[in-house]
Design a protein around this ligand. Structure first.
Ligand SMILES: Cc1cc2nc3c(=O)[nH]c(=O)nc-3n(C[C@H](O)[C@H](O)[C@H](O)COP(=O)(O)OP(=O)(O)OC[C@H]3O[C@@H](n4cnc5c(N)ncnc54)[C@H](O)[C@@H]3O)c2cc1C
Length: 390
């Protein structure tokens, strides 16, 4: 005999967990089907950066709304998301100053605490960093990082307290469609009848969409990260940094470590089922050389460990796909393109409103509709800037 639900969410990453939380908070009977365990995919490997600075205002809006949730987690969700406020610098070469100023102005108009800072101010904020005289940055004092596994776990726990069901170790093997609408899923642990099915399957979202007869422009994006021990001689504090000139980001992990990731040489394509236990053989040297350029004191640092992670990347524009697509009752919450941790609390809120009310009203997710591709529209930053990942 089948179980029944109002909504089946495929995937127990941070996006599926957030959606389940928001749906359950509104009294919806939701079942999350996760083939492994909560946060087993991109979420468990995420670097957890929480900032608002985006070149696309629609994404900055989602990040700004989500930021309020991270800051107020215990009251809104309960439990802990591990949010650590360190401040955030988005550093660009001086010739990008006009773009940085325009983006910061639009973020300030959203109520975000963000300012443009010059090299002298950066040296005060982050004394361990080597800054060229003509560099410029956006500075968000309220931003930082959170713990992605704790965040997803906390959302799932809160969803279950509100009546949601979690099926771990269960793979969705079929999405049933009758007369052009979904009516449930088959899993390796039984069938579920439901009029709404959401694809929140991260790097597996292309395969899951195909189960509903839908082709989506998504590839697997593979991204290595490493952890270095920071010697006592390196001046603190070290904020979260995205460093455009060096195609790199880094952040503190507690007080003794920094986490580093590179924006270039990320492998595109391949199977989402590949092992992610190791980083590419060249990653350690490349990351070490890159971070020492920006934090010279790390020449005496120790490379502790490195591993990889994979997310679903939307190939036309590296922006998420959110909303209905394919048969009636089928929704996408995928294509988060290596930046979908920080937005999850807001995306889940908007997706729940879209599913239950027919439109998202608390946040605007309409720009991310799947229909944009058929209309030949890709999302680009209002003031220029290239897609982040190569
Ligand atoms: C190394 C790395 C660093 C990152 N750093 C940041 C960052 O600093 N800030 C930021 O905002 N974002 C970051 N991201 C991106 C962010 O982590 C992801 O966008 C986000 O975690 C995606 O969440 P998700 O729930 O969509 O996918 P996932 O976490 O991948 O979850 C999808 C789940 O679906 C399950 N699944 C797949 N197929 C099936 C099936 N058939 N049946 C049932 N279950 C299925 C999988 O097991 C998986 O658990 C990073 C990503 C990576 C990989």
């Amino acid at each position: 005999m089948s179980e029944t639900a109002d909504v089946v969410v495929i995937g127990g990453g941070v996006q599926g967990a957030s959606l389940a939380f928001h749906l359950a908070s509104r009294g919806t009977r939701v079942i999350v089907v996760e083939r492994a365990t909560v946060a087993a995919g991109a979420t468990g490997r995420s670097s957890g950066l929480v900032r608002v600075y985006y070149d696309l205002l629609a994404e900055a809006r989602l990040a700004a709304t989500a930021h309020e949730w991270f800051r107020d987690w215990e009251a809104r969700v309960g439990g802990d998301c591990g949010f650590t406020r360190t401040g955030f610098l988005w550093i660009e070469p001086g010739d990008a100053e006009a773009r940085v100023r325009a983006n910061v102005a639009s973020h300030r108009a959203l109520g975000v605490d963000s300012t443009v800072v010059d090299a002298a101010a950066m040296r005060e904020l982050a004394p361990g960093l080597a800054i060229a005289d003509d560099e410029v940055a956006a500075w968000e004092p309220g931003s930082g990082y959170a713990d992605p596994s704790m965040t997803a776990g906390s959302l799932i726990r809160a969803a279950r307290e509100r009546g949601a069901t979690l099926r771990q170790g269960a793979s969705v093997t079929a999405i049933r469609v009758t007369g052009g609408r979904v009516d449930g899923v088959d899993t390796t642990k039984g069938s579920i009848d439901a009029p709404v099915v959401v694809n929140a399957a991260g790097g597996w979202a292309k395969e899951v969409a195909a189960l509903a007869g839908l082709e989506i422009p998504l590839t697997v994006w593979r991204h290595d990260t490493g952890y270095l021990g920071v010697p006592a001689s390196v001046p603190r504090p070290i904020p979260v940094v995205i460093d455009i000139a060096n195609e790199m980001y880094f952040r503190p992990e507690g007080t003794e470590l920094v986490l580093v990731g590179l924006e270039d040489d990320n492998q595109m394509g391949g199977s989402p089922d590949r092992d992610t236990a190791s980083a590419a053989p060249t990653f350690r040297d490349r990351a070490a050389e890159r971070i020492v350029r920006r934090v010279p004191g790390l020449i005496d640092g120790t490379f502790r460990t490195a591993h990889s992670g994979q997310d679903g990347l939307s190939t036309p524009d590296q922006r998420p796909m959110l909303g209905p697509a394919g048969p009636d009752g089928f929704y996408l919450d995928c294509g988060h393109s290596g930046t979908g941790f920080k937005t999850a609390p807001a995306v889940g809120l908007g997706m729940a409103e879209l599913i239950l009310d027919g439109a998202a009203t608390s946040v605007d997710i309409a720009p991310f509709a799947f229909t944009r591709f058929a209309a030949g529209r890709v999302l680009e930053g209002e003031h220029g800037g290239a897609p982040v990942w190569r």
